[in-house]
Design a protein around this ligand. Structure first.
Ligand code: NAI
Length: 319
């Protein structure tokens, strides 16, 4: 059997920890010995109102079970204040779970500026503010674990969620770069796309679905990824109902349309004398795709070299 994943001496800040997934994370971290900052603004699911009760209830529950927790009632838009609560009470910050969230679902043309802005302020800007406030402390101590929270709506799109989709995938963009910047300081950043029954989803889910999609089925991955024994960084995971999977981008085989001493224009994309089958290589994803864990300009450089005859038959190396 595996030894328990303990968080003794660690300080974890969970945003939006008054309900749903965040509450489940906070309870589990506390049960594993972490000192927890339970942040929650305490408003409604569309981002209006506020109150201290939501966070307090979770803190009370943690303390009743013998755990250590303190509440913070600020919006994630004020990231410094959340991190300051951790520093004032526990003297450090080790783990941040950027979980707080709201919805303003509307079909695209019905999205008002304020519906767009508040979703971006809470999800993307809030995640930025909280992470940036924690970053220098993590850097100084040479240790940090950050969880970003995206959504299937961001990864795949979803009807009526243009504002939310854009903000949620923006969070993945932030994570991609932070995982690169943090690596040398032992700050690891991973992103999860959870699915769970909560007040955000109960209106679109049946009771049966809500019951089979407990937040507690998501928690294990978040806890595992933030443990100091876990070296994973820059990952994107789908998680829910006991299912766990990692995602990656996929590129078609690609096609080099540039030829030496020839004009490269839009017509060449549609019709290539050089490679009659090229549209297949351009548009059709193959089963045994190559994954290139870096920028797409690398095959473009290859194309340049081939078109100038320097590397005949240059092929993209999938490693
Ligand atoms: P929830 O509504 O149960 O919990 C979110 C909590 O965040 C609430 O307690 C709310 O008061 C708090 N909050 C909202 N705005 C805040 C702010 N500005 N500052 C501090 N706290 C704030 O929602 P749920 O379902 O637990 O969602 C948690 C996260 O997971 C969200 O980021 C959501 O977008 C994401 N997610 C959830 C999915 C699901 O199936 N439940 C699916 C995909 C993503």
């Amino acid at each position: 059997t595996s030894s328990p994943l303990r968080f003794d001496g660690k300080v974890a800040l969970i945003t939006g920890a008054g309900n749903g997934l965040g509450k489940a994370y906070a309870l589990d971290f506390a049960a594993r010995g972490a000192k927890v900052v339970v942040n929650d603004l305490g408003g409604n699911m569309s981002g209006t109102g506020s109150g201290s009760r939501t966070a307090d209830k979770v803190v009370d529950e943690i303390r009743a079970k013998g755990g250590i927790a303190v509440a913070n009632y600020d919006s994630v838009e004020l990231g410094d204040k959340l991190v300051q609560t951790a520093l004032d009470n526990f003297g450090r910050i080790d783990i941040v779970v950027n979980n707080a969230g709201i919805l303003r679902d509307k079909s695209f043309v019905r999205i008002r500026d304020e519906d767009w802005d508040i979703i971006h302020r809470v999800h993307l800007r809030g995640t930025f503010q909280v992470s940036r406030a924690a970053w220098p402390h993590m850097k100084k101590q040479g240790y940090g674990r950050i969880i970003m929270v995206t959504s299937a709506a961001g990864i795949y799109g979803n009807f009526g969620q243009a504002n939310y989709s854009a903000a949620k995938l923006g969070i993945l963009g932030l994570a991609n770069t932070l995982s690169i910047e943090g690596r040398k300081n032992n700050i690891f950043v991973n992103t999860v796309a959870p699915i769970a029954g909560s007040r955000l989803t109960e209106t679109v889910m049946t009771k049966e679905m809500v019951d089979s999609l407990k937040p507690e089925f998501v928690t294990p991955l978040v806890v595992y990824l933030t443990h100091d024994s876990c070296e994973e960084t820059g990952g994107l995971f789908e998680v829910g109902a006991g299912y766990f999977a990692k995602l990656r981008w996929q590129r078609t085989e690609g096609v080099i349309l540039r030829e030496a001493n020839q004009v490269l224009d839009a017509e060449k994309v549609g019709v290539s004398t050089r490679q009659p089958d090229h549209l297949k290589f351009l548009f059709e994803l193959s089963d045994d795709f190559s994954v290139i864990p870096s920028f797409g300009v690398i095959p473009a450089f290859g194309g340049l070299m081939e078109s100038t005859g320097k590397i005949p038959g240059f092929k993209i190396d999938p490693t």
